[in-house]
Design a protein around this ligand. Structure first.
Ligand code: CA
Length: 662
């Protein structure tokens, strides 16, 4: 223990004494693509970039944790800060770690940052033959057709949440493989898991962090443990606790591939939630042990800066960090066939890096889907104008940002728990909803001065905006309504009204231009029992309760209908801002709580000639004027209900969506 503290002290001392003077731009850059393990059955070539080391060792082990070392050797110094070691035997199934000597002091033993397989808890890298990790038919694996980014309906799902409840009907609970099971049902015979995703009609499943993260002990398989996983350990390896055997690094690889393939075979695309903005460990991370300070930003005092509120922030603008992130995303696409990425705290990353990733990914996969959080969780030393913030969305190349404007416009501020939004009856939110309907592009009828957060259009094109009402962060929609939807301080929120508000909220998400995004379970009123930040809450809070699908079947049917409507009707997902400006006209001078617009659907290639969409966010029935023409209803007051010959004045129930067409 004492030695441990002394070592930390020494490293901190070395680092803080020197950090101020370190000009990381003088470090050599290696541009080869062979860092990490280069495996063949005949040999394994290991390469590491450690430019400040005077000596580097590779230590080989039989086991992923503990056990005796089987070999220790000095690595050979190569140009540009690279070290190499060649083993001329078949090393498959063995494990390895590195340590480096800097200024006469040895670092900790750490796993290869470029590891593609690891042992239990990601402590050591594993030598793996990737060709042997492919599930049956992998070479024929094909992503479902995806033509344009605004066609996406994203569903955000945590691997464990999907199946862990006793009523999921899924056998391999909490595992990647749980999501590959077919024909699973809840007690009432309604589909769960994979079949449910298919039934709902979403296009992309966005999995919460599924790379190897730090917080769950993979060696303890019988004790329930939970984490969202925003604490990355090994970026290029799937999480072990979601596999059936975390000790053998090949198993998790194969099982994650199996999940991807099963999704693809069932018409679903897969998005990885990636967290390159910080590492779970700071001083003790493999990055920092091997090249102190280099992979992270520092403040003016030379200390780790912390725009992530997690103790450190990575420095994507530095050549070898940029290269690391680029190679990592390319690897997930090439090796695992993933179809897109959601970048956590993308505002920490620099625009140049993000655009480079986008360019290279689009080269190999023109149909890749990229989006991220255009904000940070704290101050960063990198100037705002260089970072991938929401305000800079127009500078991002084919990358979307989450619209917190529409999110909070719909349901109220995530920070003020009792704040209402448009869908729960707050007046004055109409322009924010209009801003969201046009996917935050420039539109002549939006008064930007009245939008809740952004006072200007930040998206150049609609595919740069993710439209949503909730995600894993903050209260889920149903819990938020519980806290905020009461008509006044004397009364509780009325669950009947709340249900209509929930439907209205999701109807706004699924009819707006841009890219639609749903949080898992919202389609049947998922609750986390009021827990706002459930990142490490137990399964009782986080698990999807599949009985809710039966209890709230009407909500499920409605959301399913909306997804189908969106997919059938291109007018709701126009590909360009120019088309939106031309084909979407808001009705002016409406009553408080009313937003309505007409789509020139035929001009957007739709089978319908014209579409009118009406939202009543108020708690009163309202009468609106549809004009002199005759309309047919697709949706009337939150119900898919066909009525002919609607004309002139129509009544809109409280908290409702109505969609008419010709
Ligand atoms: Ca892990």
């Amino acid at each position: 223990m004492k030695r441990y503290i002394m070592l930390i002290g020494l490293i901190t001392q070395l680092f803080s004494a020197k950090a101020q003077k370190v000009d990381f731009s003088t470090y050599p850059v290696y541009d080869g693509n062979d860092l990490g393990l280069n495996y063949t059955p005949k040999s394994s070539l290991f390469k590491l970039w450690a430019p400040t080391a005077s000596s580097v060792e590779i230590i080989n082990y039989k086991d992923g944790d503990g056990g005796k070392e089987i070999n220790r050797s000095e690595m050979k110094k190569e140009p540009n800060g690279v070290w190499s070691a060649l083993a001329k035997t078949d090393m498959k199934g063995t494990f390895y770690a590195f340590r480096v000597k800097i200024n006469g002091n040895w670092s900790d033993e750490v796993p290869d940052p470029y590891a593609k397989a690891v042992g239990v808890n990601g402590k050591r890298a594993m030598v793996v033959d990737l060709a042997q990790t492919n599930p049956e038919g992998w070479e024929k694996d094909k992503s479902p057709v995806f033509n344009q980014k605004t066609d996406a309906i994203i569903y955000e799902l945590h691997v464990r949440d999907a199946s862990i409840a006793a009523n999921s009907g899924i056998e391999q609970k909490g595992k990647f493989l749980g999501l590959t099971e077919k024909g699973t049902k809840n007690a009432d015979g309604l589909s769960t898991g994979l079949d449910h995703l298919k039934e709902l009609g979403i296009t992309h499943v966005h999995l919460l962090p599924s790379y190897d993260y730090n917080s769950v002990d993979e060696s303890v398989t019988d004790k329930p443990q939970y984490n969202w996983g925003y604490d990355p350990l090994n970026y290029n390896v799937p999480e072990g606790s979601y596999s059936t055997n975390a000790n053998n690094g090949a198993v998790r690889i194969k099982e994650f591939k199996q999940l991807v393939k099963t999704f693809h075979d069932n018409g679903l695309r897969v998005i990885m939630d990636v967290v390159y903005n910080h590492t779970a460990l700071t001083e003790k991370s493999n990055f920092n042990q091997l090249v102190p300070g280099y992979y992270y930003r520092q403040d003016e005092k030379g200390k780790f800066s912390d725009a992530t509120a997690c103790g450190n922030e990575t420095a994507s603008e530095r050549a070898m960090m940029r290269k690391f992130i680029l190679e990592s995303v390319m690897y997930w696409v090439k090796e695992y066939h993933v179809d897109g990425f959601r970048f956590d705290l993308m505002g920490v990353h620099d625009i140049e890096t993000m655009n480079l990733l986008s360019k290279e990914l689009h080269k190999i996969r023109p149909d890749i889907l990229l989006y991220g959080e255009g904000w940070t969780a704290g101050k960063s030393p990198l100037p705002d104008e260089q970072r991938a913030l929401k305000a800079n969305a127009a500078k991002l190349d084919r990358i979307a940002v989450f619209s917190d404007d529409i999110r909070d416009g719909i349901k109220g501020s995530v920070f003020e728990h009792t704040d209402k939004g448009f869908a729960s009856g707050k007046p004055g939110m109409e322009e924010t909803i209009k801003f969201g309907i046009v996917a935050s592009v420039q539109h002549p009828q939006v008064d930007y001065t009245k939008v809740n957060y952004s006072k200007a259009a930040y998206s150049k094109e609609p595919f740069q905006t993710i439209t949503y009402a909730e995600c894993h962060d903050n209260h889920v929609l149903w819990d938020k309504l519980n806290l905020s939807a009461a008509p006044n301080a004397m009364q509780d929120a009325n669950p009947v009204d709340m249900k209509e508000m929930n439907k209205l909220a999701l109807s706004i998400v699924l009819t707006s231009q841009g890219i639609s995004f749903l949080h898992a379970g919202t389609e049947f009123l998922r609750s986390k029992q009021g827990v706002e930040n459930s990142y490490k809450s137990p399964d009782e809070i986080n698990a999807i309760d599949w009985s809710l699908k039966s209890q709230n079947k009407d909500v499920f049917d409605f959301v399913k209908g909306l997804a189908e409507l969106r997919k059938k009707h291109p007018a709701f997902r126009m590909p360009s801002a120019e088309q939106i400006r031309k084909n979407l006209v808001f009705f002016e001078n409406q009553q408080s709580g009313i937003v309505g617009y007409e789509l020139n659907a035929a001009a957007a290639g739709d089978s319908w000639k014209k579409i009118q969409v009406w939202f009543n966010g108020s708690g009163e029935e309202k009468t609106v004027n549809t004009g002199k023409e005759k309309w047919i209803s697709a949706v009337k007051d939150n119900l898919f209900e066909k009525k002919d010959n609607l004309t002139g004045s129509i009544k809109l129930k409280p908290y409702s969506c109505t969609i008419l067409y010709q």
